[in-house]
Design a protein around this ligand. Structure first.
Ligand code: GLP
Length: 225
């Protein structure tokens, strides 16, 4: 599945190159997309796929956090993709976990504007949290939500504590793009592997569309896989 999705992304990048256009990708972190990034890096190295026309916007980042921190999603993206391909660093965007708290509203609005100015997201990659969150849009997030600061569920902090010695080192806050931001992407692909995700995938795909399970709102997206 990772290779399949990486191939769709590569084809889109090439298609946009031929049209002389940028390819705008919405990117996710977490353990799930790691194999997909590895596949993209492989296509870059073995087939010469260039990322020169690619602009990326990541879904989310912890707050507060330094970009070099172990849990930082800025660091994650450097390690798993950006440092391994020929993307222009100026074209990569991951929410900044070092912004002054008073400036977050303005910063969040500027993140949305940058997405818009880039022409909108052509393809959005998502994972899913065990409680149905997408990005860091926890249960109860409005379908009209856009980029903002959020408080994380304890269950999310616990699930994401595997990389650090204890849960107290997982930040309590995050900056995330919103459900509305995600719904505006022209194409959405949500990845989930393993039995432990089956229950929430069933609720997201077959259950009622409800803000209680944020991923279920994707049922309203026209081209979501
Ligand atoms: C984090 C991220 C989500 C991700 C989720 C699932 O909370 N903010 O974008 O989908 O974790 O993570 P994993 O792929 O490790 O199960």
């Amino acid at each position: 599945a990772s290779a399949y999705v990486a191939r769709e992304i590569a084809n889109l990048i090439i298609h946009k190159q031929k049209e002389g256009k940028h390819c705008v990708l919405g990117l996710a972190t977490g353990s799930t997309p790691k194999t997909m990034y590895a596949e993209l890096v492989k296509i870059h190295k073995l087939e010469g796929l260039s990322f020169k026309n690619v602009i990326t916007f990541n879904l989310d980042e912890y707050y507060p956090i330094e970009p070099e921190a172990l849990q930082s999603y800025n660091r994650f993206m450097q390690v798993h993709l950006f440092s391994q391909v020929d993307i222009d660093p100026a074209n990569t965007h991951v929410p900044d976990g070092t912004i002054n708290k008073d400036d977050i509203r303005v910063y969040a609005a500027s993140y949305e504007k940058e997405i818009e100015d880039a022409g909108g997201i052509d393809l959005q990659i998502l994972g899913i949290g065990l409680n149905g969150h997408i990005g860091f849009n926890e249960p109860g997030s409005s379908r009209h939500s856009v980029t903002r600061m959020v408080a994380l569920d304890n269950s999310t902090r616990l699930a994401n504590a595997y990389e650090v010695p204890n849960m107290s080192q997982v930040p309590r806050l995050a900056i995330t793009t919103g459900i509305n931001t995600i719904l505006r992407a022209k194409r959405v692909v949500l990845l989930a592997w393993g039995m432990h995700k089956a229950h929430i995938i069933r609720r997201a795909v077959e259950g009622h569309v409800s803000e209680v399970v944020p991923a279920s709102i994707l049922q309203e997206h026209e081209i979501c896989t």
